[in-house]
Design a protein around this ligand. Structure first.
Ligand SMILES: *Cc1c(COP(=O)(O)O)cnc(C)c1O
Length: 406
């Protein structure tokens, strides 16, 4: 059976908008176009109704109350608001923040900015499986610590952190706990109360909603979190985030959350089945392939594999009818290997030849089988051209080789 090409399997980067979400959004571009802040006419009220329905739907998915949801433009903004907002508001109390080395840049760069501003940041290392060590966390907390920010699940390797345990440590020490929940919310159960989360960043376009819509959950009681705003203006969102609300985006975001909540048990089981099928097909046909990060504590739809003895660029070219991500980030001049894989202790070569597969709602078994076949065929072809692979097969110990470097 023929599959339609190219195949999209990069669902950690973004997801297509679910057609049911699009349908819910459409009237809000035309008939119901009002400004949700217009309090004195029907157009405004209708828009506000849509916004408040969205707030309920987003809140429900993570066990929050609607009042605890603040709308943003996406999770980059949510991460900024959470971290800078706490830093500025509680500066008197302390200037120490704890995060980890494998966070998304939206968190890392925000922390770097605060360091320039006089804050001290501890970047916890991760273990080989990609998870932080809870003892490291306990030891890092000081009387000056005001915030711990650790992501729920990593966007490259899909590794899920021990969030509930971190949450109880934070609570016990009286430190606020922010979680970048982008990759986890809508995919696995996330509950701000069970997990003791005080602030949670969410993005619509990672859960089959539209781009440009995000939210920050801000705990209102037990403890109440206060934030300094980073965008000033009309005082929208209880002063925490001014700006006319993206009504269509919010309506779509809400619907996307509702669908995720209803379909999560069935969907995650199906995607896990597809992911395991892909892994099995690759591992049963190729040697010298390695999974990056824990297979136990992992999102069901993520697979990140390094293929030894192939070159990263050639690998991507070989499978160019499949949209995936690689562990090499092309920056302006250099080809930097992924800092996430580096943090796991993955060597530079293996980091360069890693592929992230992000399976999503609209992928089929036929597509998975096609991807597996293409990957296997490409790796075999490239290895036939690789003298290193041949030598390894002949039992030459590469670590003892003498290289002539000119
Ligand atoms: C995509 C992503 C973000 C950024 O979200 P945007 O809504 O695109 O700004 C932040 N954190 C993680 C883990 C992500 O995967």
């Amino acid at each position: 059976m023929a599959v339609k090409l190219p195949i999209y399997m990069d669902n950690h980067a973004t997801t297509p908008v679910d057609p049911r979400v699009v349908e819910t959004m459409l009237p809000y571009f035309t008939d119901t176009f009002g400004n949700a802040a217009s309090r004195n006419h029907e157009f405004g009220w209708k828009a506000e109704e849509g916004v408040e329905r969205g707030r309920e739907q987003v809140a429900k998915l993570v066990g929050a109350t609607p009042k605890e949801i603040i709308w943003t433009s996406g999770a980059t903004e949510s991460d900024n608001l959470a971290i800078k907002g706490v830093a500025e508001m509680y500066r008197e109390k302390g200037n120490h923040i704890i995060t980890e080395v494998t966070e998304h840049k939206a968190v890392l760069d925000t922390c770097k900015r605060l360091e320039k501003d006089g804050f001290e940041v501890t970047y916890l290392p991760v273990q080989k499986d990609g998870r932080i060590d809870l003892d490291d966390l306990r030891k890092a907390i000081t009387a000056k610590t005001i915030l711990i920010t650790i992501m729920y699940a990593n966007n490259e390797i899909g590794v899920v952190q021990p969030i509930a345990e971190i949450g109880s440590i934070a609570k016990e020490k009286g430190v606020f706990f922010h979680v970048d929940g982008v990759q986890a919310v809508g995919k696995i159960p996330v509950d701000v109360n069970k997990d003791n989360i005080d602030l949670l960043s969410i993005s619509a376009h990672k859960l089959y909603g539209p781009k440009g819509a995000g939210a920050l959950y801000v705990r209102r009681r037990n403890p109440r979190v206060q934030l300094a705003a980073i965008i000033d203006g009309g005082g929208h969102e209880r002063g925490m985030r001014s700006g006319t609300l993206n009504v269509t985006g919010i309506v779509g975001f809400g619907k996307a959350c509702e669908i995720c909540q209803e379909e999560m048990p069935v969907e995650s089981a199906r995607l896990r089945g597809l992911r395991d099928r892909l892994k099995e097909a690759i591992f049963s046909q190729l040697d010298e392939v390695y999974v990056n990060g824990s297979m136990t504590y992992r999102l069901p739809h993520n697979l990140n594999i390094s293929f030894a003895y192939v070159e990263g660029e050639s690998m991507l070219m070989g499978i160019n009818d499949i949209a995936v991500s690689s562990g090499s980030a092309c920056t302006s001049a250099t080809l930097e290997p992924s800092y996430v894989l580096k943090a796991l202790g993955v060597g530079e070569d293996l980091a360069h030849t890693s592929i992230r597969f992000g399976i999503g709602r609209f992928n089929t078994q036929e597509e998975v089988d096609y991807v597996a076949a293409r990957v296997v065929e490409t790796v075999r072809r490239l290895r036939e051209l690789s003298p290193l692979y041949e030598m390894a097969k002949e039992g030459v110990d590469m670590s003892k080789m003498q290289w002539n470097v000119h």
